[in-house]
Design a protein around this ligand. Structure first.
Ligand code: SF4
Length: 468
């Protein structure tokens, strides 16, 4: 019998979690590790490993094929280019303290698409091979260019079999025409809502009247269609609010998901906020927050999730859960989605746009008025995989984890720092540790939360296998 390689890590419960390269896992003891490492497995070990997909008799048999299938399913294959982030203007009517891009004042000139760029974008969209498209309008404040949004949406609706639009707006000033634009079922709103209303006012709106206007608009948007509105908070690592205050803020608006995100290191906000060496403080906060959510959900009529924890949990439970662009393996950028900036420049990601604007490294991929040029990005893409990383190959979480070369370029100016020293690795080690701790918890409140966040009715014992 051949046993697939197992990687292991201590858990909080004094045992070890073992994982294989296809994402199969179980919990076991130091004694089992000793038997495994010294090639002294007993019949019960062998039966367990075979029954649970960690062993096969010969290459090509059913167990081997099933393992290969699960392994392949863990790898992300980029689809046709079918997701585009458009930045028709850098102008904005707010000046939030942790704005990530170089927004300019509402009345500034020379920071919008001109007619030639708009026509080039429409021509370029028309040449895509995908039959579906998701178009996200960002800025600046994209509603300042409602005319451009209308022309792009009208074109995309007739060009693609299915088209979906997301307007990333601060919802500060929404004209009657803008509400009309936001009304159809294919159009979604993504806005910023800080962890508490006091923080929102301090960092974004700057005064009660403007805050009131935002709250009014957010409530109106939610009243029109609660399922088509999402909100994202930003957290200052040096002013982290009590988790229950954040949960109350989001629950009061009826949201079901909270995405914990510290101030982004890639953008201009890093000049005003601490964004480096934050992983230990941040990891403690995420843990405290998830535990507070579990308590909240135990009595709440409408339970909530922390988006990224749930996402990591689902990646542990099954392969192919690749819908979040920040956690994929390989994480090929500039392929299935691109950004087109206010000057027509292509970027592989919004973070690459910020890094370029800071002057750190030029990650532009050509211009919509000429063509896409992937030569620089493909050099990075060759490294955007964790399968051969000397740290990741020893890590039990490799099958669930990913890579983020643009974050590493931005933080360290290089992409070859030993992985365990990176912020990306330290955050993901902590979150997967928490995933496994909670998956194996016998606390009924934890089990209910894990089932909910996994999309299950209850946690099947098969999801928390133990071998002793
Ligand atoms: S980045 Fe860190 S947590 Fe992720 S697979 Fe590599 S070593 Fe493990």
């Amino acid at each position: 019998m051949n046993i697939v390689p197992l990687k292991f890590r201590q858990t909080g419960a004094g045992e070890l979690i073992f994982c294989d390269d296809a994402g199969g896992y179980f919990r076991s003891t130091d004694d089992f590790l000793e038997r495994y490492a010294t090639d002294d497995l007993n019949p019960a070990d062998r039966t367990f490993l075979k029954a649970n997909g960690h062993a096969f008799e010969k290459a090509g048999d059913l167990a081997h094929s099933a393992f290969s299938y699960r392994w392949a399913k863990r790898l992300h294959a980029p689809a046709d280019l079918n997701y585009v982030i458009l930045v028709p203007t850098l102008r904005c009517n707010l000046a939030c303290s942790y704005c990530q891009v170089s927004r300019v004042n509402q009345n500034a000139s020379g920071h919008d698409w001109d007619e030639q760029t708009l026509n080039a974008v429409i021509r370029w969209l028309g040449g895509l091979t995908s039959e579906t498209i998701k178009i996200e309008f960002q800025g600046g404040e994209p509603l300042l260019r409602l005319d451009v949004l209308e022309r792009v949406r009208a074109f995309a609706r007739q060009r693609f079999e299915r088209a979906e639009f997301v307007v990333c707006t601060n919802l500060q000033e929404v004209s009657d025409e803008a509400w009309e634009f936001l009304a159809p079922q294919d159009t979604f709103i993504s806005t910023s809502l800080d962890p508490t209303m006091a923080l929102h006012e301090r960092n974004r709106t700057g005064g009660g009247k403007i805050t009131g206007q935002f709250v009014h608009n957010l409530n109106r948007a939610l009243g029109n269609s609660p399922t088509r509105v999402s909100a994202l908070p930003t957290f200052d690592i040096d002013a982290l609010p009590e988790p229950r205050d954040v949960i109350e803020t989001y629950a009061a608006f009826g949201f079901r998901s909270i995405y914990l995100r510290p101030v982004n290191h890639q953008g201009f906000a890093r000049k005003r906020f601490r964004t480096q060496n934050i992983s230990s403080t941040w990891n403690d906060y995420v843990r405290r927050f998830v535990m507070a959510l579990i308590e909240h959900n135990a009595n709440a009529e409408v339970p909530l999730e922390e988006f990224y924890f749930s996402h990591c949990l689902r990646r542990v439970l099954r392969g192919g859960h690749d819908n979040h662009v920040d956690l994929r393996n390989p994480n090929i950028v500039g392929s299935s989605y691109v950004v087109i900036d206010h000057d027509g420049a292509f970027y592989p990601t919004d973070e690459a746009r910020m890094v370029t604007r800071l002057g750190q490294i030029d990650l532009r991929m050509g211009n919509v008025n000429t063509d896409i040029d992937r030569s620089i990005i493909d050099v990075l893409n060759a490294e955007a995989i964790n399968l051969f990383d000397p740290d990741c190959v020893h890590c039990p979480y490799q099958a669930f984890c990913g890579v983020d070369v643009i974050d590493e370029l931005s933080r360290y100016g290089r992409i070859d720092l030993p992985r365990h020293l990176t912020d990306f690795c330290q955050r993901h080690l902590a979150i997967f540790d928490l995933v496994f701790e909670l998956l194996y918890s016998e606390d009924v409140k934890v089990r209910a939360a894990i089932a909910l966040w996994s999309g299950l009715n209850s946690v099947d014992p098969e999801l928390a296998k133990v071998h002793r």
